[in-house]
Design a protein around this ligand. Structure first.
Ligand SMILES: Nc1ncnc2c1ncn2[C@@H]1O[C@H](COP(=O)(O)OP(=O)(O)OP(=O)(O)O)[C@@H](O)[C@H]1O
Ligand SMILES: [Mg+2]
Length: 271
């Protein structure tokens, strides 16, 4: 695919839907045992299984954060829904993978496989102070703890930085129930963030990105299947759940004047 094929993803359209035709191989390093699958459009996708231990909430976080990131100008592999027929497990000798496939009938999540990509950290290549600061800001917004220098969850592909693995973000949704309200503040420790040593001004990143979140949020939340939004624990219906995510983002954005200076302090302590 040509560089910049992310530009071909239509921000306003629903995510594409494909059907898995072949399970190729597991990504052993992934905690959730993601697998490489081939689909009926002949594309290859990194599949995050609905039946994995992380559950549907991780898939919701992947869609919400990945699609928000894309709209804020980050590079994210195309996200597709992948229908999986559990009988694919019949061709699979490994029992753990058989179980995963058997538990994952229905709609799963796929990411366009970036062939020849490799793990990115600022030691591999300088990402630029601006991109680094923006990513620090994004991860603090969505409470993404999975971008440490140990586990950067960024890929270098065609000389660009691509973001992956947002399933651990928005962790508050694991404790949802009726009447849930966003907390006045959330703990976010950026000390181990992979981009910290390279980041420029987070205040500048904040000024640029803050106004762009709420205008695209409804469109992003609309991409998530209702069925995923009512998985327990939940504040209520799919509409209630979307409203709860919106309440979180509104509150977090409103309090950016508290957490942005905290990020700047962490950065100053590091430099
Ligand atoms: N779109 C992609 N193209 C190429 N390789 C990918 C892609 N997405 C993921 N990978 C590879 O698969 C690995 C596992 O993916 P990912 O980090 O999303 O899974 P995970 O189970 O959430 O991982 P962990 O919890 O261990 O961080 C990545 O480290 C990367 O090497
Ligand atoms: Mg990962």
């Amino acid at each position: 695919m040509p560089v910049g094929h992310d530009a071909a993803v239509d921000h306003n359209a629903a995510l594409r839907r494909v059907a898995a035709t072949r399970y190729v191989t597991p990504f052993r390093e992934g905690g959730s045992l993601p697998g490489l699958v081939e689909a009926d459009d002949l594309g290859m996708y990194v599949l995050k299984f609905r039946g994995a231990g992380q559950g549907l909430k991780a898939l919701v976080a992947e869609v919400v954060v990945g699609e928000l990131a894309r709209r804020l100008g980050f590079r994210v592999p195309e996200v597709v829904f992948v229908d999986l027929d559990p009988t694919l497990s019949k061709a699979e000798p490994d029992e753990e993978i058989q179980d995963l496939l058997n538990a994952s009938g229905g709609v799963n999540l796929g990411f366009d496989y970036l062939p020849g990509s490799f793990d990115f950290t600022p030691r591999v290549r300088d990402p630029g102070a601006e991109l680094a600061a923006r990513l620090l800001w994004l991860d603090a917004l969505v409470l993404n703890v999975d971008r440490s220098w140990r586990n950067p969850n960024m890929l270098l592909w065609h000389r660009e930085v691509w973001l992956i693995d947002h399933g651990a973000s928005l962790y508050f949704h694991h404790r949802w129930g009726p009447g849930w309200q966003p907390a006045p503040s959330y703990r976010y420790d950026a000390a181990d963030h992979a981009m910290l040593p390279a980041a420029g001004s987070v205040v500048d990143a904040d000024r640029e990105l803050r106004p762009r979140v709420m205008p695209v949020l409804d469109e992003v939340l609309a991409l998530v299947p209702d069925e995923w939004l009512v998985a327990e624990p939940t504040p209520g219906s799919a509409a209630d759940t979307r409203a709860a995510y919106t309440a979180y983002f509104a509150s977090r954005i409103e309090r950016a004047d508290q957490w942005v200076p905290a990020l700047e302090e962490t950065r100053a302590a590091r430099v």
